[in-house]
Design a protein around this ligand. Structure first.
Ligand code: ADP
Ligand code: PMV
Ligand code: MG
Length: 328
């Protein structure tokens, strides 16, 4: 068996707009997905994802056969659950030139699904890394990030940025603008996460923003405005100006809300954090439900969130310096 892990991430600023070439800044966090992989010679893919917060499931099927896997769940649930792992294995077959190979894949993850903390990128990065190593191929980090990006691009219907996958592969803080991906010196940012227990489907939310952008010119302006917010945020980060960074996070949340990706519970948590004295707060990731991030060096926001109806969990994010980790 070969085992790799990869971290989730928090967007300080710039999600969604990054899909349209605007810059973004994000940090890997110490919540990780671990993927164990064992080669099978019968070409089948067997996925054991019993730690999924979605109902645990185990499936076995021939990834190349026309018929789907032999389990009794709805097709959309299955697609949502399997798309990323399936896509990752497709990349492994492609990069190693081994079309027929099958795998037993076991996934264990600390990262809630669809909550904006990048569970998909972490699972894909760890799966590609473990499965290629199982075949005797060790990918450079850039190639690993690129292959993981292609998986997200495919599952999200041709609409994905390189941000999540690059951040998960390299760890630390990163800046992404189009195909320009670079590591940043890790900023000292006191991030508190609030989690509403819910989830949003990244593919669908990204498609919603695309539709809005096609319908209204001012939605394109909103996306460009997020880019301006990020550029200002970079200056605030360089100055260590948390107050300014917080204001910009608030602005960014408003713009994401205008793009239709916030929700009542995300807004409630954002306001609870602001009322508790956070410098700023915003939804993170694709939105629709899941997590917010607030900037607060004091314990006030975490305490306030833990008493906020609709907030299921509140915790301080620890930045992860290590991206993909080769465990076995
Ligand atoms: N522990 C896991 N086991 C199997 N698949 C997972 C796991 N965690 C995430 N995934 C995959 O990632 C998808 C969620 O990704 P996404 O909608 O992009 O949300 P996010 O990346 O914000 O968590 C799930 O539907 C599933 O396909
Ligand atoms: C909305 C988006 O910018 C980030 C999605 O992050 P997550 O899958 O919700 O963790 C999409 C992308 O960059 O591919
Ligand atoms: Mg994702």
């Amino acid at each position: 068996m070969t085992l790799s892990s990869a971290p989730g991430k928090v967007y300080l600023l710039g999600e969604h707009a990054v899909v349209y070439g605007e810059p973004t800044v994000l940090c890997a966090i110490e919540q990780r997905a671990r993927v164990g992989v064992q080669r099978r010679d019968d070409g089948k893919l067997r996925v054991n994802a019993e730690d999924l917060s979605l109902d645990g499931f185990t499936v076995e099927y021939d990834g190349t056969a026309d018929e789907g896997p032999d389990i009794d769940v709805s097709e959309s649930l299955l697609d949502a659950a399997m798309g990323y792992v399936d896509g990752a294995i497709e990349q492994v077959r492609d990069v190693t030139g081994n079309d027929e190979v099958g795998f037993d894949v076991t996934i264990e993850s600390d990262i809630p699904l669809g909550a904006g903390l990048g569970s998909s990128a972490a699972v894909v990065v760890a799966a590609i890394d473990a499965a290629t190593r199982e075949l005797g191929v060790t990918l450079e980090t850039d190639e690993l990030a690129e292959r993981a990006y292609r998986t997200e691009y495919q599952v999200q219907d041709g609409q994905a940025s390189r941000a999540d996958t690059f951040c998960s592969a390299t760890g630390g803080a990163v800046r992404v603008e189009g195909d320009d991906c670079r590591s940043l010196e890790a900023p000292e940012v006191p991030i508190v996460i609030g989690f509403d227990g819910g989830a949003g489907d990244t593919g669908k939310l990204v498609a919603g923003v695309r539709d809005l952008r096609e319908e209204y010119g001012f939605a394109a302006d909103t996306i460009a405005a997020i880019g301006d917010v990020v550029r200002n945020g970079e200056a605030a980060l360089a100055d260590g100006d948390l107050e300014e960074l917080g204001r910009l996070m608030n602005f960014n949340h408003g713009l994401l809300s205008a793009l239709g990706v916030s929700s009542r519970s995300l807004d409630t948590m954002v306001w609870a954090a602001r009322d508790a004295g956070a410098y700023g707060a915003k939804l993170i990731g694709a939105g629709g439900g899941g997590c917010i991030a607030a900037l607060d060096p004091t314990p006030e926001t975490e305490t306030a969130l833990s008493f906020t109806p609709g907030c299921e969990d509140a915790f301080r994010a620890e930045l992860a310096e290590t991206g993909v980790e080769r465990l076995e």
